[in-house]
Design a protein around this ligand. Structure first.
Ligand code: AP5
Ligand code: MG
Length: 316
């Protein structure tokens, strides 16, 4: 199963992706998590991404595509994956389609988790994440048993740096302007599924499973994305009439060098003079070209005659 989870910040992409990954035994790939991990370990990539993340803006496509390209090539992604937070704009979505086309692993669908904006702020300001195992809580809707301590592993819970009201506002604006257009794109291509993301986590998960059932059973085949438009032709050769015949390249040669030769086209080669090698007194010598055909003979006699004319045009 190969899915993209779409949805505003706080819509529950991470929460649902974790459950789906366990259910279908496929990796949960979150660009946000990968970038935060790079930031935490102080890699150059993390440092480059920091400013954009702190401001609630998108990290450059170049960085994010590099991360995703490498991650999708990993062995565990061959049996499927759940992409969370990627793609985030049209350019990323088109690059993803290109990557998956090359891997011959088309997306099954993009799933939109639909949640009203007024719910999102409460979900984001109340989120707490375990710094060790990544479990997510919410102090309003799903609090941990002990304050700031993970129920599962006992590690400390953290408030994400970008979950403050100013940055959340920016993230929501970026979602509206750059990510929302993806919804229309996938819908137009017939690859969008929408799931109501309001209600408790388990109720949303049940809806997800019902929607994904035909894909899990293999009764629904993925719809392929449209092919990218053909590359523009770089430069046109001058019109034939504007070129003197002697300057024109031989047709077969020019088509071949431009790589535009029709697949099965057979190019008749110009006849070459036949030469053979004959043994002359122990050494090898070239034999004269074979005698010409009738038409060729006539033509060469004519050429010989015209050569006999002097400069004034009179025959010598
Ligand atoms: P990212 O980490 O992807 O953040 P996001 O998209 O803003 O989404 P969130 O992780 O905040 O929300 P979520 O939908 O996962 O919700 P969750 O399940 O946690 O990206 C962070 C930054 O990285 C970006 O701003 C950008 O700078 C950069 N970045 C990432 N990807 C990028 C890309 N492709 N290109 C460029 N830049 C990129 O739930 C939220 C809260 O709600 C939790 O507390 C949870 O417990 C609670 N909750 C969940 N479901 C329910 C429910 N059904 N009922 C009640 N509470 C619920
Ligand atoms: Mg998330």
């Amino acid at each position: 199963m190969r899915l993209v989870l779409l949805g505003a910040p706080g819509s529950g992409k991470g929460t649902q992706a974790k459950k789906l990954a366990v259910k279908y035994r496929i990796p949960h790939i979150s660009t946000g998590d990968l970038l935060r991990a790079a930031l935490a370990t102080g890699t150059p990539l993390g440092q480059q991404a920091k400013a954009a993340m702190d401001a609630g803006q998108l990290v450059s496509d170049e960085i994010v595509l590099g991360i995703i390209r490498e991650r999708l090539r990993a062995n565990d992604a061959k049996k499927g994956f759940i992409l969370d937070g990627f793609p985030r704009n049209i350019a990323q979505a088109q690059s993803l389609d290109g990557m998956l086309r090359n891997l011959d692993q088309p997306l099954d669908c993009a799933v939109l988790l639909d949640v009203d904006f007024d719910v999102l702020m409460q979900r984001l300001t109340g989120r707490r994440t375990c710094e060790s195992c990544g479990a997510t809580y919410n102090i309003y809707t799903n609090p941990p048993r002990l304050d700031d301590q993970c129920d599962r592993c006992g590690a400390t819970l953290r408030h994400r740096a970008d979950d403050n009201e100013v940055t959340i506002g920016n993230r929501l604006r970026v979602y509206e302007s750059q990510t929302k257009p993806l919804i229309d794109m996938y819908r137009t291509q017939g690859r969008l599924e929408t799931v109501n993301g309001v209600g408790d986590e388990d109720a949303v998960f049940k809806r997800m499973l019902t929607m994904l059932e035909p894909i899990a059973k293999g009764t629904r085949k993925p719809k392929l994305p449209p092919l990218p438009p053909p590359l523009p032709v770089k430069s046109k050769p001058p019109a034939k009439s504007a070129m003197r015949a002697k300057d024109r390249p031989p047709i077969a040669k020019s088509l071949k060098t431009q790589g535009k030769m029709p697949f099965n086209t057979h190019v008749k080669q110009a006849p070459t003079k036949k030469t053979s090698v004959k043994k002359v007194s122990g050494k090898y010598a070239m034999k004269k070209p074979a005698s010409k055909s009738g038409y060729a003979k006539k033509k060469s006699t004519k050429t010989a005659k015209s050569a006999k004319k002097d400069k004034s045009g009179k025959r010598r």
